[in-house]
Design a protein around this ligand. Sequence first.
Ligand code: SF4
Ligand code: SF4
Length: 118
Amino acid sequence: MQKADFKAYICRPWCMFFSEDEKEEMACLGARVAARLAENGCIRTDEIRNVIKDRDVWEKHRAGLGRILCRVCEFCAEDCDFQSLEPSEDLEPCGGYIVLAHLLENGAVELRDLEYAL
Ligand code: SF4
Ligand code: SF4
């Protein structure tokens, strides 16, 4: 799955790391899983449009998403510090994580849905 397939509804609106000039085509696992759920019809794109950025929600789902998603995300080792022991206070997770945490919080998906989409 290419970043171009979902950057309009995941990366551009929700990810602090997104840049229009960025030529990198590799995508984080969070975005790929969120896009797969949308493609499979498991979630609707209007649910993604209505995402709210909420640090409390990110923290609440840190362990679950960390275990299923971040631990095996290719960006975790070098590019993304969100799951590090001491992330900076203004650091945000990727757009995919933000979307998935919101959907988990609202009951639109469960962790097992994410596992099936890995
Ligand atoms: S880190 Fe993930 S959500 Fe952010 S721009 Fe890259 S692929 Fe998109
Ligand atoms: S928050 Fe970081 S490690 Fe977790 S899925 Fe997103 S890019 Fe990967």
